[in-house]
Design a protein around this ligand. Structure first.
Ligand code: UD1
Ligand code: CA
Length: 475
């Protein structure tokens, strides 16, 4: 914890170029809103207070971000009109009246900034004699950015915005990343002195750099142009997502997870994975997932908000949503576990099996082609191929309950509500509409009849009915 650090994160922008109904800072990156990544860095850095400045869609932005940081000192300031970056920071002042340390200024749409770079910025501020440290970068194309103005001895004198810059100034390759660490007292004083006397008629935050240069000195930390890049449109959103994804995949690999093809592995921020787990190509782990150790998740599987226990194998092309899978299970290939699925340990759910609100206890197997919905299934059961729980009567859903050690023959329909007792057998092809007592055999199909020699007799009948083909008469 760094008790003398606060952060102001600018999130008021409309993000016109996103062409979206949704506020820019709420667009997801690795399953979390863009601004989450920035706020997280500020908290990791030890900021004792973080103020998000909101404006466009203020209520939605506030609600989403507040929900993501329930335990953190996060507050919000409203910037009703977008009168420039200086005005945006000023609107956070009320939330920081009793704060006297250093204020970190970040953008909600610059989500790639690393903790390490921010630590360098704070360190530079602390070791500097002046009231302000800032981040600069040298992008391949500096167009659009503010340029860092340096005087004799390379000393920083200020920042000039592209639209206010002379031709000569526009040739400066070092640009302002827009991220600062500033002494609070100096900051509020400097903001009061801003005027909109510039090409855009805005209150430029950048004007405080020249004030800091006059007051003492400005320390600059250079950072890579990739991590300081912002998001302006969806093409940039995709580019930033790629960088974040590669970084997170690296982190998992270094923590002992094998990714057979990292370039096509999609892991969201809220995912935890144990060591010695292997993810195949094109695996997607979305939302909040908890994957144990020694797990294998096969190619093309998509898991959303799901838990998978140690040693379980999820074979290729399985889809899990809000499912809890115990240890040492076998799932798939082509299994679909829908919300409310719970598999205890050593359960097998094979190809083309769909489960929903179904609890399968230890060692139960449903290996092929089944629908198990609203079902409570005991331990050690065998569910034959093609078993269907008929859980819906057109109005209500009903529950199917199976005891332990039940054998359900293939192609059985269990018409719920219905119960099958411990150790009972259901013959293949049955339609079960009444409860089956423990240990019983239930059999509901018609008696089989074999008619000996029927095929031969039938062939003769059909042959007799066939008209002999008339030979064609020449005319
Ligand atoms: C700003 C800097 C520029 C720097 C660039 C880096 C100023 C005047 N210029 O320019 O030197 O090179 O960032 O990306 O600061 N915002 C608000 N309220 C406002 C205006 C902006 O919340 O009234 C937010 C935006 O949503 C955005 C951030 O502040 O997240 C930056 O605003 P933007 O307009 O993109 O600044 P630039 O013109 O790019
Ligand atoms: Ca910008």
């Amino acid at each position: 914890m760094n008790p003398s650090l606060a952060a102001v994160v600018l999130c008021a922008g409309k993000g016109t170029r996103m062409k979206s109904e949704q506020a820019k800072v709420l667009h997801p990156l690795l399953g979390r809103p863009m601004a989450w990544h920035v706020l997280s860095r500020a908290f990791e850095l030890g900021a004792q207070q973080v103020v998000a400045v909101v404006g466009h869609q203020a209520e939605e932005v506030k609600a989403s971000l507040a929900a993501l940081f329930p335990q953190h000192p996060l507050s919000f300031a409203i910037q009703a009109q977008q009168r420039g970056t200086g005005d945006a920071v000023s609107s956070a002042r009320g939330a920081l009246t009793s704060f006297h340390g250093a204020v970190l200024i970040l953008y909600g749409d610059v989500p790639l900034l690393s903790l390490e770079t921010l630590q360098r910025l704070v360190h530079a501020y602390k070791s500097s004699k002046g009231p302000l440290a800032m981040i600069s970068t040298r992008p391949p194309n500096p167009t659009g950015y503010g340029r860092v103005l340096r005087g004799p001895g390379h000393v920083v004198q200020g920042v000039v915005e592209e639209k206010d810059a002379s031709l000569e100034q526009r040739s400066i390759p070092e640009v302002n990343a827009g991220l600062y660490c500033v002494e609070a007292k100096f900051l509020w004083g400097a903001l009061e002195k801003l005027t909109p006397a510039n090409a855009q008629g805005e209150l430029y935050l950048t004007d405080i750099v020249a004030q800091a240069a006059r007051a003492g000195e400005v320390t600059v930390v250079e950072a890579g142009h990739v991590e300081t890049a912002g998001v302006n449109d969806r093409a940039e959103l995709a580019e930033r997502a790629e960088v974040l994804r590669a970084r997170l995949n690296q982190r998992h690999m270094r923590a002992g997870v094998t990714l057979l093809h990292p370039a096509t592995t999609f892991i969201d921020e809220g995912v935890e994975i144990g060591p010695d787990t292997t993810l195949g190509p094109n695996v997607s782990l979305q939302g909040e997932c908890e994957i144990g150790s020694g797990v294998t998740i096969g190619q093309g599987s998509v898991l959303t908000h799901s838990t998978v226990g140690d040693g379980t194998e999820v074979k290729p092309y399985s889809v899990l949503e809000d499912a809890v899978v115990g240890p040492n299970c076998h799932v798939g290939p082509f299994a679909r576990l829908r919300p409310g699925t719970r598999l205890d340990e050593r359960v097998h759910v094979g190809n083309f099996v769909e489960t929903k609100k179904a609890h399968l206890k230890r060692g139960t197997k449903a290996s092929h082609l089944s629908y198990l919905g609203d079902a409570e299934i005991g331990a050690g059961c065998n569910i034959g191929a093609g078993t269907i729980t008929c859980n819906y009567d057109g109005v209500n859903k009903h529950v199917t309950t199976l005891g332990d050690g039940v054998f359900i023959g293939s192609d059985t329909q269990l018409v719920a509500p219905v119960k099958v007792g411990d150790g009972a057998f259901v013959a293949a092809g049955s339609t079960i509409v009444e409860d089956v007592p423990p240990g019983a055999l239930a059999l509901s199909r018609a008696q089989q009849v074999n008619k000996e020699g029927w095929a031969e007799r039938q062939k003769k009948v059909l042959d007799g009915m066939k008209q002999p083909e008339k030979p064609k008469q020449p005319k």
